[in-house]
Structures are given as C-alpha cells and as structure tokens.
Design a protein around this ligand. Structure first.
Ligand code: NAD
Length: 266
C-alpha cells in the first residue's frame, strides 16, 4: 500500500513549479490529485497527463483562490468527482515586488489576497468537509491534512518585498491558530517553508551563473533547491508517518535560516 493510497488531494496553483512537483509526488504515492490553476489550463493539463502516464489519477480544476465563489465551486467539483477531500496543499502564491515607498495598494492587496486570503478560503472549505466526514481509518488516522506553503520569509524579513513577507508571516500564525482550533477533530495542519527553489517565481535569482553564485552565499548547503525537494517533504507531511507532527513549520531551505553571514564568526 502506497503512503497516500486513494487520498483525495487538492494542490492549489499546481500547474507549475513547486505545486506541480507536489502534485506529481503525491500521485506517485497513490493520491488522487486535483491540479488547480488560476487561468490558463495548459500547464495543469500537462501535469495531469504526466500523472496519468505513470498510472496515476488526476483532474485539473480552475479557480482563482482569492475569489470566494470560485473556491466554493472548486471544492464542489472535487466532491462531485471524488466524493470527498482528504488533503489540501495551500500552495498558490505570487510576488509583486516594490520598495515600500513605491508599492501600490494594488500590489499590496494582490499579494495578500492570493497568498493569505486564498489560504483562508481553501482551508475553510477543506475543514468543513473534514469535520463533516471524520476519520476514514482505511485511508488515514487523520480526518484531514492541510499543508500551507509558506516561505523562509515567514521569519526572514525581506526588504523590497514587504507585501510578500507580511503574507507569509500571516500564513504562519494563521496555520498555528487553525491547528490549535482543529486538532480535536484529528485534522493535522502544518506549513512547509521552502528556501530558494528553482521555479518561475524567482527565475532572475538563479537563471545566470552570476545570479546563482550570489544566491548560494545565502545557502549553507551550497545547492539551490528543486521543486522535488518540496514534493518529498509534502508527501511525508501528508502521510501517517507524520501523525504526531502538528502546528509546526518544516523548513526545507538548505540551511538558509541559519544566518549564513555568521558562518565565519560574524
Ligand atoms: P510558481 O509561480 O511556479 O507557482 C505559483 C503558482 O500559483 C502558479 O502556478 C500560479 O499560476 C499559481 N497562482 C497564482 N495566483 C493564483 C491564484 N489567484 N489562484 C490559483 N493559483 C494561483 O512559483 P513557486 O515557486 O512554485 O511557488 C509556489 C509556492 O511556493 C508559493 O506560495 C510561493 O510563495 C512558495 N515559495 C516558493 C519559493 C521558491 O523559491 N520558489 C520559496 C518559498 C516559498
């Protein structure tokens, strides 16, 4: 029996990058995966095809996670298709970078709407279904699992990106608060905080050898992460192997949060 056998798993923003790798890793462990995308279905369909090619089960579903009606429709579609939901990975996120004095309200609101409000809207719908259904012992000892995709910037301040850092700092306390609230229902909730992972969101930070060399100064392990690093962590966190892991953040960052500037004594 695979670690996530038959667990219905929704991964938001999974048509690219980390979300795509999480969707594929979960499917390889037997999960039935819902690949969510915001607008164009092209990337999501490619992820679904890849999963089907190795014998997995997946569908693509459109929803902008910052829109309440679209999120509700997406969950209805998941339940209509698979009967329930077992795992939610709140992965969708974006950046709209600017220095504070240049940041528009639109840039601020967009990042908070997708990165924080989107996690709230999806977690609320998942939690309702987890509470309604309860534990299905043949699938898992949890009534449901939520994984919030945070960032090392839930603890590392980030000049020029205050909207993003505020959204991820918000995700940390949102995750901890709902973990406290829902533990009695056997719903497990945690975050993954990736460091620098090679995806479209941060391409300029690794696409040239010079940029990558600069980036590596921030990573004690001396390797930029790849989406599969996060996929492996997500599979474990969703599985019953992590039964007693609740309300915490797993940093998958090659040591980025170790204050690398102090490696030589500061
Ligand atoms: P990415 O740009 O490839 O993925 C983000 C995904 O979210 C895209 O597929 C995008 O279409 C989707 N998305 C954006 N707005 C959406 C919306 N309104 N509704 C639904 N989907 C939406 O980048 P990524 O690096 O794979 O990012 C995934 C998550 O990981 C994000 O939450 C990001 O903040 C986080 N993260 C990434 C890194 C990194 O180094 N790449 C580091 C820390 C955290």
């Amino acid at each position: 029996m695979k670690r996530l056998q038959d667990r219905v798993t929704l991964v938001t923003g999974s048509s690219s990058g980390i979300g795509a790798a999480v969707a594929e890793s979960m499917a390889a462990e037997g999960a039935k995966v819902v690949v969510n995308y915001a607008r164009s279905s092209k990337g999501a369909e490619a992820v679904v095809e890849k999963i089907k090619a190795f014998g997995g089960d997946a569908i693509a579903v459109q929803a902008d996670v910052s829109q309440e009606d679209q999120v509700k429709n997406m969950f209805q579609k998941v339940i209509d298709t698979y009967g329930t939901i077992d795992v939610l990975v709140n992965n969708a996120g974006l950046q709209k970078d600017a220095n504070l004095v240049d940041m528009t309200l639109e840039q601020w609101n967009k990042v908070i709407d997708v990165n924080l409000t989107g996690q709230f809207l999806c977690a609320r719908e998942a939690a309702k279904e987890f509470i309604r259904r309860g534990v299905t012992p043949e699938k898992s000892c949890a009534a449901g699992v939520i994984i919030c995709m945070s960032s090392v910037h839930e603890v590392i301040p980030w000049a020029g990106h205050c909207n993003y850092a505020a959204s991820k700092g918000g995700v940390m306390l949102f995750m901890q608060s709902i973990a406290q609230e829902l533990a009695a229902y056997k719903i497990r909730i945690n975050s993954i905080a990736p460091g620098a992972i090679k995806t479209p969101i941060n391409k300029e930070a690794w696409e040239t050898p010079e940029a990558e060399a600069e980036l590596l100064k921030l990573i004690p392990y001396n390797r930029v992460g790849v989406p599969e690093d996060i996929g492996k962590a997500a599979v474990w966190l969703a599985s019953d192997e992590a039964e007693y892991v609740h309300g915490t953040t797993i940093f998958v960052d090659g040591g980025m949060t170790l204050y690398p500037g102090f490696a030589t004594g500061g």
